[in-house]
Design a protein around this ligand. Sequence first.
Ligand code: ZN
Length: 273
Amino acid sequence: MTFDYLHISTELRSFENCFSIGRTAENRQLFCVSIGEGEKNAVFAACFHGLEYLTAAALLEFTKKYVTMNEYHKKLRLFFIPMMNPDGAEIALHGLNPKNVLHQNIIKEIGIIDVKNMWQANSMGVDINHNFDADWKSIYLAPQPSRYGGKYPESELETRALVKFLKRTEPELFIAFHSQGKEIYYDFNGLESESAKENAEYVAKITGYEASVPEGTATFGGAKDYYIQEYHKEAYTVELGMGKNPLPHSALPEMINDVYNIGRNFIEKTFPN
Ligand SMILES: [Zn+2]
């Protein structure tokens, strides 16, 4: 399967500077590729949610392309983490495995279900993008295919790995790629940088996306929320593509194109010459 962990991680490990920022409960690596040697940092991450595995493939393609974009390499160090939730992507692609102890726990909680069209969480049944310590709350008490924020903030390995990495790198720009909706979320409780709205609207306009403010269940415990809250720097959630997750493979070319346009324009805005 072209979009699974084996494929994505094999491709990532072929880059000159690839390392792991942490491991998952199922012992998969959270691979990161670093390109450029500038003093300032940016972090692009994708596939926080299982069903959104196409975002990993789209960000991987941008990583390959970015190797050739020499004009940025001197001023900027860009870190790519295309698959933040490899365990969840594997479950979304291949289903739950009754022989896997972690999956047995999930099956005990929610029964045997066809998870391939609903699995957003990690292999603990926790939604990573509701597990960050930013307006964290628990709307469920137990593992779920999506939207369970965990027992407490940063309970998950993936969350802690990213928090630690953001603390170490303090990027001027952090983009979390999700699907779907063709939207760019830029705010968090009014703590976002002064230029966030303007930059989001600028990039939205040239890419055909919408600069949006989240509502309802999209609003708690997210990665970009956490980064805005702690560092008040440029941080965005980009919802790639349009349709129902998992998006069809035919959506990938447009998603690749959108990652390129959105990524490049945010870089231009955040790191002007
Ligand atoms: Zn998502």
